[in-house]
Design a protein around this ligand. Structure first.
Ligand code: UDP
Ligand code: UDP
Length: 439
């Protein structure tokens, strides 16, 4: 007698930084459960950007993904249509529709999302960052950025270091108010209706030991960092890979400064000038990502001049960051501290210059600098600009620094071990696969 084909439904927020790790998780699930079907679901627009050659979305040939990974753009649940946006608000109202008057149980969500003709969904994986909220203290002091809060399992953090969606969420007119409430409701629903439900998080036990212990009452299972191999490209079109990889090949070991601020952050003209000036003046080779949407904000002639001005570096619009970070020539990463970037850097053994701006980035920077000691935080001036001299100071502090190099090497080994066969995250994923409960 054969048991039914296990079916995992992976539902993700429509951002690059969520889609990529969720997709890697989907592939891990497939690798660990070879007879499984994984349905990967995000908004229709994000889906199209992932597969620009396949405008029809769901019609991605199955064989590209081993025949068992299928794509299902969101149906919005109210009409027969789709959520036609990468706008998180659209995702949010979509999720909220499942919570209207507490009408739907998790099982009903699973039913609603499952397409006809597929095996029933056994596992429902919602991919989001779980934060154990302490809203009252935060609410009381939210206008005082230097007020220190002590949250279970974390080093003391100032209000200014907290993810701004927590502080902003308090204001009912703020966009994050509804985002936060949706996540909060979802956790409550899970607690009530599926008390044994597991929450998968993209970290490993060793990286966040005390934070994970603090949320131990909920069944939180670290299964990360979920990194390639076997990735598909992101929702952005890459520059020609051979060009920058060859450029890197010609550079000495640990000599290159890699610079990227992720998929969302924008940059003012003044900041772009300071950044490029600082990089040029550092007299080290650098590879800098300036996305097309940032470039188009410059007038044509200025965008052209961008390349003319460069002596020591190369600018790309988008690259395969994981490949770049694991290249031996890269010696430091100037990063906005998006969670994926931070994990990718730690896993590749590259020290960081942290330039956090918003969201969870400042808290991530604190982990990098204070807990793991694999980087330094750059100070910005009153106008919010990172000045060229400060950038150079930070680059010099982390590069060719034997103490930083020792920590970086240590954490790389820890992460490689955790995600390798028999490591803590690998064992957790196996245990999750074995349990096959609704998540
Ligand atoms: N993130 C992650 N795993 C998760 C949820 C989030 O790696 O389960 C990362 C995400 O990629 C992003 C960061 O956490 O870098 C913060 O996500 P958030 O939604 O706060 O904001 P974003 O950076 O996408 O604007
Ligand atoms: N990334 C990339 N190429 C680039 C810039 C970024 O592949 O040129 C990827 C990076 O590897 C990471 C993701 O985009 O996986 C950005 O996610 P992160 O959580 O760091 O930041 P966010 O974009 O959510 O702010």
């Amino acid at each position: 007698m054969s048991s039914p084909q296990p079916h995992f439904l992976v539902l993700t927020f429509p951002f690059q930084g969520h889609i990529a790790p969720a997709l890697r998780l989907a592939k891990r699930l497939l690798a660990a459960t070879p007879d499984a079907l994984v349905t990967f679901s995000t908004t229709e627009v994000a889906h199209r950007r992932m597969f620009p050659a396949k405008p029809d979305g769901a019609e991605v040939p199955a064989e590209e993904h081993g025949g068992r990974l299928e794509f299902l753009p969101f149906s919005d649940g109210t009409e027969a249509g789709y959520v036609r946006s990468t706008d998180p608000g659209a995702f949010n109202s979509y999720m909220a529709s499942f919570h209207a008057e507490g009408a739907r149980t998790v099982a009903e969500i699973v039913d609603a999302l499952a397409a006809p003709g597929r095996p029933p969904v056994a596992v429902f994986v919602i991919y989001f960052h779980y934060f154990h909220g302490h809203a009252d203290v935060v609410a009381e002091h939210r206008h005082d950025p230097s007020f220190v809060v002590e949250l279970p399992g974390l080093m003391p953090l100032t209000i200014g270091d907290l993810p701004n969606f927590l502080t902003d969420a308090i204001d009912p007119s703020d966009f994050f108010h509804s985002v936060f409430n949706t996540f909060h409701d979802l956790m409550e629903t899970l607690d009530k209706e599926s008390p044994k439900a597991t929450v998968l998080v993209n970290t490993c036990q060793e990286l966040e030991l005390s934070a994970l212990a603090a949320v131990g009452a909920h069944h939180v299972l670290p299964v990360g960092p979920v990194l390639p191999p076997g990735d598909v490209s992101g929702i952005f079109k890459q520059d020609d890979e051979s060009e920058y990889m060859e450029w890197l090949d010609a550079k000495p070991e640990n000599s290159v400064v890699y610079v990227s601020f992720g998929s969302l952050a924008t940059m003012a003209r003044e900041q772009l000038d300071e950044l490029l000036l600082g990089l040029e003046e550092s007299e080290r080779p650098y590879l800098c990502v300036i996305r097309k949407d940032i470039k188009v904000a410059l007038v044509d002639r200025e965008a052209e001049m961008l390349h003319e001005r460069l002596k020591n570096g190369m600018v790309v619009e988008w690259c395969d960051q994981v490949r770049v970070l694991s290249h031996a020539a890269v010696g430091c990463f100037v990063t906005h501290c998006g969670w994926n970037s931070v994990l990718e850097s730690v896993a590749s053994g590259v020290p960081m210059v942290c330039v956090p701006r918003m969201s969870d980035q400042r808290m991530n920077a604190q982990l990098v600098v204070r807990d793991w000691r694999v980087g330094v935080r750059a100070q910005i001036d009153e106008g919010g600009v990172l000045r060229e001299a400060e950038l150079r100071r930070c680059i010099e502090e982390v590069m060719d620094n034997p103490e930083v190099a020792a920590e970086v090497g240590k954490w790389k080994r820890i992460v490689v071990e955790a995600t390798g066969k028999g490591g803590s995250s690998d064992r957790n994923l196996m245990a999750f696969n074995g349990a096959r409960s609704v998540v």
